[in-house]
Design a protein around this ligand. Structure first.
Ligand SMILES: Cc1cc2nc3c(=O)[nH]c(=O)nc-3n(C[C@H](O)[C@H](O)[C@H](O)COP(=O)(O)OP(=O)(O)OC[C@H]3O[C@@H](n4cnc5c(N)ncnc54)[C@H](O)[C@@H]3O)c2cc1C
Length: 373
């Protein structure tokens, strides 16, 4: 049922406006409300905050289907930025903070984002430099964050900061829920290769005062919160990459059946058929692996091997997406180079999937450590 609804929603509410939103560099805010009304912003969240509990398999079905039929990572990253911004608050915030933040976001009234990456680097989270100095019942935040999805619009930003300036490593890091209208917070929009309709921001904090009540979890325990949060983000990215790969396959197959060359539809040329099969091989292996990993998450079997598999799946799924985008553009020929085809857009969106949420190199490094190699 979710798959049917998501397909209809993508085809009627997103695809018709997508090209214009990509040109404009933003999608309408009403999209949040529409997704909330369907219960999709709150999927997987507790009922007491307006959510609908759902296992990973169902959440994945939504991401895969929306990805497949919108063919837009920009919509998915922007409209669902709360899926990386909210979990730290939900899992580690005080009851009062959760009540203040979560219901408004799940109902589409407010937008949430996550800010970890800094101009000095994103992979080495333990080295982050943004500071939060305690002053009475506030923290005073100074520093910068970069490449923040929904950073321009966000009403709540879960920010990783260094609360202990004597501890330059992981132990000095904490997380704060920063209101988007805080004095001293300035934002500027960044131009990108893809995900054009999502907003991506550079944030500056100049003496931003954040109440101590907005501390997420304990002081000095932020690094673990950040790291645990990545597992969900990476599974969601794998589901999205799968949907995007299927979108490329659908477009390429449909084109190959229509397009004629040398007296026949190009799908009748063996080389083209083999390209499509090569795509399907990668799509089906990604689907099976994602299912296995999310089943284990649903059954609380999330040990080091599972973490390693999440990292490896993130790489496998995004490599599958890269392969499928490349093959689809090739099958579409000159048309694959034209704006307006999904394959062209996805071809431009591949690199962020391979870099964001932990780059390919970092995924291999983390997997090797979890596996004890
Ligand atoms: C469109 C977009 C949206 C994003 N959204 C968000 C967001 O909402 N919130 C957020 O916090 N961040 C966000 N990011 C940031 C993203 O998570 C980082 O770009 C990513 O983690 C990599 O960090 P970096 O760009 O600083 O690269 P760096 O850490 O500087 O790395 C550069 C290169 O060196 C490699 N490298 C680094 N260390 C090693 C090593 N030990 N061994 C081998 N190779 C290494 C990396 O793999 C990479 O190839 C977003 C990025 C983009 C492009």
């Amino acid at each position: 049922m979710i798959e049917d609804m998501a397909r209809r929603f993508a085809e009627t509410e997103i695809r018709p406006g997508l090209e214009a939103w990509e040109e404009a560099g933003e999608f309408p805010r009403e999209l949040y409300t529409k997704l909330a009304e369907l219960g999709w912003l709150g999927m997987g969240y507790p009922e007491e905050y307006g959510g609908t509990p759902a296992p990973w398999s169902v959440r994945n079905a939504l991401s895969i289907t929306l990805g497949r039929y919108t063919g837009s990572g920009g919509i998915m990253a922007g409209a669902f930025s709360h899926t990386i911004g909210l979990p730290p608050i939900l899992r580690h915030g005080s009851a009062e903070l959760k009540q203040r933040v979560v219901p408004d976001v799940l109902s589409g009234r407010k937008i949430a984002a996550l800010a970890i990456t800094e101009p000095g680097g994103g992979s080495d989270v333990a080295a982050l430099r943004t500071t939060a100095r305690r002053d009475g019942d506030h923290y005073v935040v100074d520093g910068e964050k970069v490449f923040i999805t929904s950073g321009m619009r966000a009403d709540w930003i879960s920010v990783a900061v260094r609360t202990d300036s004597d501890n330059k490593g992981a132990g000095g890091i904490s997380m704060l829920a920063m209101p988007g209208d805080a004095a001293g917070l300035s934002r500027s929009a960044l131009k990108k290769m893809g995900w054009l309709c999502s907003d991506t921001a550079h944030l500056r904090f100049d003496g931003v005062r954040v109440p101590v009540a907005n501390l997420i979890g304990e002081e000095g325990k932020g690094f673990k919160i950040v790291m645990t949060n990545f597992n969900g983000e990476r599974m969601a990215l794998a589901a999205l990459a799968l949907g995007m790969s299927e979108c490329c396959y659908d477009e390429a197959l449909s084109w190959a059946r229509e397009r004629k060359a040398f007296g026949s539809a190009i799908v009748n040329h063996q080389v083209i058929r083999h390209k499509l099969v090569d795509m399907r091989m990668r799509i089906e292996s990604t689907r099976a692996w994602l299912q296995s990993i999310s089943d284990r998450a649903d059954n609380d079997q999330m040990g080091p091997e599972w973490v390693a598999e999440v990292c490896m799946l993130k790489n496998h799924s995004t490599q599958a997406m890269q392969f499928c985008a490349d093959q689809a553009v090739q099958i579409l020929g000159g048309m694959g180079f034209m704006r307006g085809t999904a394959s062209e857009r996805i071809y431009r969106e591949v690199k962020v999937a391979m870099i964001g949420g932990g780059s390919e190199e970092i995924m291999k490094e983390l997997a090797s450590r979890q596996l004890g190699i």
